[in-house]
Structure formats: C-alpha cells, structure tokens
Design a protein around this ligand. Structure first.
Ligand SMILES: [Zn+2]
Length: 353
C-alpha cells in the first residue's frame, strides 16, 4: 500500500484531506518541513545557481502554507522547545516550517506569505554569511561550473579531471558530483578546491546574477526576527561539521549563537547541522551543540517523529522541492511514511548524556 502511495500519490484532494483528519497517528506526530529557497523560477534550466535548493515558487509556497493552516497546527520554535522541556505537550497535528541557509528570498518572498497567513516559522542562518557580498560556497561552485567556458577541470584530489560537458543538464550533473565529493573531504581541502575551481573556471557573476543568490542582510535578519520568523543557527560558515576539528566545531556552534543573539536579542536555541545527513554529524557534534547551549537540533534526514518520543538533537524533517507536485505535497503530509526512510545510526552514547 505504502509503495503504491509513494509511486502514485494519493491523487485526489479529498482523500488526502480525509486521511489527515482521521489518522490518529498524525494527531500525535510532529512534522518539520525543510525549505531552502522560495523564488520565482520561470526557466529552471537557466537558473544560474543550484536549482535543487529551490523549494518552491512563491505561488506554490502560498498554496502550501494555506494547506498547512487548514489541515495542521503550525507551531513556533518556542512551542517545540516547551514540549522538549516537558512544559506542555505539542498540539495535535503539529507542523513546524523551517528554512535552511538564510537566503534573502526567504525574507523577500516567504516572510510576507507567512505573515499574511499568520504562520510562525524559523530560519536557520549561517551567521558568517549575513550581509556578505559572496554567496554560499556551493552556489559559488554551481555558478562557476555552469557558466564557465574553460574546456577542462582538474581536481585530482577528489578524482575529477574532466572535460567540461556542453549543455546545462550535464553541467549540473558535474556540479553535483563535485559538491558531493567536497562534502566528504577535510574542510581546509574543501575550501582550497572551491577556490581552485573558481580560478580554473574564470567567471564572475555580474550584479544582476549575484542578486539571484544572496544571503540575508543584518537588517533582514532583525526584521525577520521581529516579524515572528524565529532566527536560529546554521553555524558560521556552513562547513560539514564532521569534517572540522574540535576547536573549529566549537567556534562554528558558539560564534553563530553569539552573533545571531547580538543581532536579534534572542540567542538561538536550535541548530540545523549543515547538510544534515547522518554522515555530516554524529555524537561528537550532538555533545558539542549541547555544551554550547543549544536545546535542540534538526537534521536533513527525511522523516518525522512522534510528539511523545522526540529525540531533540536528531529531529527529522520532510524536504520540500520545487519539483514536487501539489499532489505529492498533500501525500507527504497525509502519509509522511512515504517520505521517510531514516533512522539514526546506532552510536556509543556519551555516558554523561
Ligand atoms: Zn544549509
């Protein structure tokens, strides 16, 4: 049954809506949706940066928020933290809307929609990127690989010595290969290889293109926080935490907490692990986050949790992508099992907890 649902979706609106109202399991679940970017994208193929990070167009996002408001109970970070602390239970059919990275489109497109729907939400911001002229390292890489006219790329350390293919789809595949490889190397090498790729590609986005991938400014962050979009931490520079040493790990967690707290007046209590798969963090990172004062952390592993058994530093999320149809969105919310495949790997727990 589940396989059929995941293949074909629930199809009709009525069936999904009916299921949401009647599944006792959903009433006791906490769903956390993970968005990255909300931007108009008329021609996805022409998008000059990583199009996989586009979660929805503003039109679809508005429809999704109306759907959530009608069928679920949108909750705030504060409500989640109160439930984790055992102060009050989560309401039935809780859903938390989250954004990773802190692109300025979150401010320009998502925030007005959240406000008009009266929905809380939360954005995980990499504090070192706030107000930066340079965008995230993966988008710098995406632009270079997509736009370059250089014939050849040489990154032997990650096994990539390749002629540049023609055509956007092939270029996007090459970018995906490079970025996946860079997520697996020690962070100093990742930084070096991003810079080398940019040097080999010899292309710089002009002002208009740069505007399509820009982190939020300090005033955006302050305004978002004042408007009810809770600003939480996504580290300082968005490294893969399992690839950094212990000092850097602590600095990434602590300094972002301090910097965001200074801007908004509210120190973040929740962390989103960059990239967020089980490969990207483990018990060391959980312990460090707790030691730096965080009270919860979200992963980028796909799934949901039951409200009475939350694992506060391994919260699973349901990713939203612009390629998903409305039928899929309804299905994912009504039967979140279809989008869930993730269990935390067994690790030797720190005896001190
Ligand atoms: Zn991220």
């Amino acid at each position: 049954m589940l396989r059929r649902v995941s293949q074909f979706g629930l199809g009709t609106t009525g069936l999904a809506n009916c299921l949401i109202g009647r599944r006792p399991m959903l009433a006791r679940a906490l769903l956390i949706l993970c968005y990255h970017r909300v931007v108009p994208m008329d021609e996805p193929d022409e998008f000059p940066f990583d199009s996989d990070l586009v979660s929805a167009t503003p039109v679809d996002f508005a429809w999704q928020m109306q759907f959530l408001r009608r069928h679920f109970t949108p909750i705030s970070v504060e409500t989640l933290l109160a439930a984790i602390a055992g102060e009050r239970p989560l309401p039935p059919r809780s859903v938390l809307v989250t954004f990773d990275d802190g692109y300025d489109d979150c401010f320009h497109y998502a925030l007005p929609i959240l406000k008009s729907e009266g929905m809380p939400g939360c954005v995980f911001v990499s504090s070192g990127l706030i107000g930066s002229e340079d965008t995230f390292w993966f988008d710098q890489l995406a632009y270079a690989v997509l736009a370059t006219e250089t014939p050849r790329l040489e990154l032997p350390e990650i096994g990539i010595v390749a002629e540049l293919p023609t055509g956007r789809p092939a270029r996007r595949k090459l970018y995906a290969r490079i970025v996946a490889a860079l997520k697996r190397v020690p962070d100093p090498l990742r930084v070096e290889l991003v810079e080398r790729t940019k040097r080999q590609c010899r292309v710089t986005p002009d002002r208009d293109v740069r505007g399509l991938s820009r982190p939020m400014s300090a005033s955006h962050v302050m305004e978002a926080s004042r408007s009810g979009l809770s600003v939480q931490s996504h580290t300082v520079s968005h490294p893969i935490l399992s690839n950094v040493d212990a000092d850097r790990l602590r600095a990434e967690l602590m300094e972002s907490r301090v910097a965001i707290g200074e801007l908004t007046g509210i120190a973040p209590d929740v962390l989103a692990y960059p990239n967020g798969t089980w490969n990207d963090f483990g018990q060391r990172e959980v312990d460090a986050a707790r030691a730096c004062g965080y009270r919860a952390a979200v992963t980028y592993e796909s799934g949901f949790q039951m409200a009475d058994s939350l694992d506060p530093f391994r919260l699973l999320r349901l990713p939203v992508n612009w390629r998903h149809s409305r039928s899929w969105f309804r299905t994912m919310l009504a039967v979140p099992e279809v989008a869930s495949g993730s269990r935390a790997p067994v690790e030797v727990a720190d005896a001190t907890g």
